[in-house]
Design a protein around this ligand. Structure first.
Ligand SMILES: [Zn+2]
Length: 491
């Protein structure tokens, strides 16, 4: 018997956590979770309280299977460890490495006082909302770096398509989710019966640089349930390429001899932006000006990406063969120390500054904004979602004067919003990914698969559900579970 308790990302986007209770035929019990993410949604609610409330006993949890290293998927792992979780954590190697960076950063920020600052993120998930923020010392932390260190000792890493057991009767297989480096979809199989579940984790947007496109899952004859994300269940992404927009904007700013500021999330987005800019430089489409990567967290993730060439897509593999890796370039300067960061502002002439945080709520971007925001020759390029209540949102909303670290600044720099970056599959891609499994020739025709609509706002989840029910009719049922609801999956 297997039951699931929806312990996060149910009728909301963040806090992914499925709690599964398995009872083997001999009556023995085994409890495992898929993901253990942090809730980041809801400015008006007490996020510290929400994240510290557990609806199961971590001491009774035997294993965690982690889909990827975004904070809303891995951010509660150290908290479970702190509260008695003593089992293994299964993930890919790149996920473990990025999760280390993400969880350590989070351990500095998620005290009771600071949690109120974690902001709503409906579309893209903020990993480093508070990257490098001068946080207040707060004793009442959700967890500390010691809990993170302890969590890291529990990881066991596996490659895509190399099946492994988490219990004598439960086998796991990872598929590439194409979302961020190391991200995976999870297939769970009960060996004695052949019954199977599929968890999407977060599914990527095909065509993104660096990593492979989301993989179609094949041969799941025992499939009974799919747990799918629905972040963009009601949206089709625009076809326009972000690279073209970057080219135009950078060229027009260079003509004005201005600086280009790109506030960026550290995981995935910063590396993607670097990739496209370096490509433009190599192709001669923009001038060879310095690119300053001024985010220690983004530079750590860049190093991890450089260490995993086996995860690159064909484009990047080919570029490496021809010795033109866009993640390495003479003009790319990594500014890890504060002293290095300060030298950027004495640089004369056009340059590109990529700095955290992504929503301008903290970090080194605030220093650069104080130098450049009030001069019309400069440009701020927004490459990610800006939540309400953030400085980034004020700038995007066209507020003429904003407060940056207590200083009032006129917004005179040009603003460019590039919405074409997205780490999540749109409704078309989600539908294709699910339809592919339902139409798999190995799946018995009479089977009705239940699709749980997760990790989305109400409109997005229900729109995808309707679309799936319409097109797959008698082969599926969709269900939109509530937080803490328990459903029997296998009797
Ligand atoms: Zn994610």
């Amino acid at each position: 018997m297997l039951t699931v308790m929806f312990s996060g990302a149910a009728r909301t986007v963040t806090g992914s956590l499925y709690y599964l209770e398995y009872t083997d035929s001999d009556g023995s019990k085994f409890n495992f979770a898929v993901d253990a993410g942090l809730f980041q949604v809801g400015q008006k609610v007490n996020l510290f309280k929400i994240n510290s409330r557990l609806i199961f006993d971590p001491k009774k949890l035997d294993a965690i299977v982690l889909t990827h290293a975004h904070l809303d998927h891995c951010g509660r792992i150290p908290f479970l460890v702190k509260n008695g979780f003593g089992g293994r954590i299964y993930s890919t190697k790149a996920t473990k490495e990025i999760a280390e960076v993400v969880m350590l950063d989070a351990s500095k920020h998620i005290g009771e006082g600071e949690m109120a600052d974690l902001v709503t993120q409906t579309g893209e998930i903020a990993v480093d909302t508070l990257d490098n923020k001068d946080f207040k010392i707060n004793q009442n932390k959700l967890y500390t770096s010691l809990d993170v260190e302890s969590a890291l000792t529990r990881f066991q890493t596996h490659e895509y398509h190399k099946k492994f057991k988490i219990h004598p009767n439960i086998e796991i297989e990872f598929y590439d989710a194409g979302h961020i480096l190391g991200s995976c979809c999870v297939v769970v199989t009960e060996l004695s019966t052949g019954k199977q579940l599929v968890f999407s984790g977060d599914l990527g947007n095909p065509g993104k640089p660096i990593i492979e496109d989301p993989e179609m899952i094949k041969k799941v004859p025992g499939l009974t349930h799919i747990f799918t994300e629905t972040t963009y269940g009601n949206r089709v992404h625009p076809i326009q390429e972000p690279k073209e927009r970057l080219r135009e904007t950078i060229n027009s700013t260079v003509r004005k001899k201005g600086k280009i500021l790109i506030p960026s999330f550290s995981v995935e987005r910063a590396q993607e932006v670097i990739y496209l800019i370096v490509e433009l430089m190599r192709e001669g489409q923009i001038k060879n000006i310095p690119i300053f990567l001024d985010s220690p967290m983004a530079s750590k993730v860049l190093t991890i990406a450089l260490n995993h060439p086996e995860l690159y897509d064909k484009d990047l593999q080919a570029k490496i063969k021809s010795k033109s890796n866009p993640l390495k370039y003479k003009q790319l300067q990594v500014m890890d120390s504060v002293a290095q960061s300060k030298t950027i502002n004495s640089f004369n002439g056009p340059c590109i500054i990529i700095a955290g945080s992504g929503m301008m709520t903290g970090g080194r971007i605030l220093k650069h904004l104080q130098f450049y925001l009030d001069k019309p020759e400069n440009t701020v390029i927004v490459v990610g979602y800006q939540a309400e209540g953030t400085l980034g949102r004020q700038i995007v909303d066209g507020i003429p004067e904003v407060e940056v670290e207590g200083k009032m600044m006129k917004v005179r720099a040009q603003l460019e919003i590039i919405n074409e970056f997205s780490a999540h599959a749109d409704s078309k891609m989600l539908k294709k990914w699910i339809t592919n499994m339902i139409h798999d020739k190995f799946l018995p025709r009479e089977r009705v698969v239940t699709v749980f609509l997760m990790h989305g706002e109400k409109e997005a989840s229900l729109a995808l559900g309707e679309e799936l029910e319409h097109s797959l009719r008698e082969n599926i049922k969709t269900y939109w579970p509530k937080f803490s609801e328990t459903v029997v999956l296998w009797k």
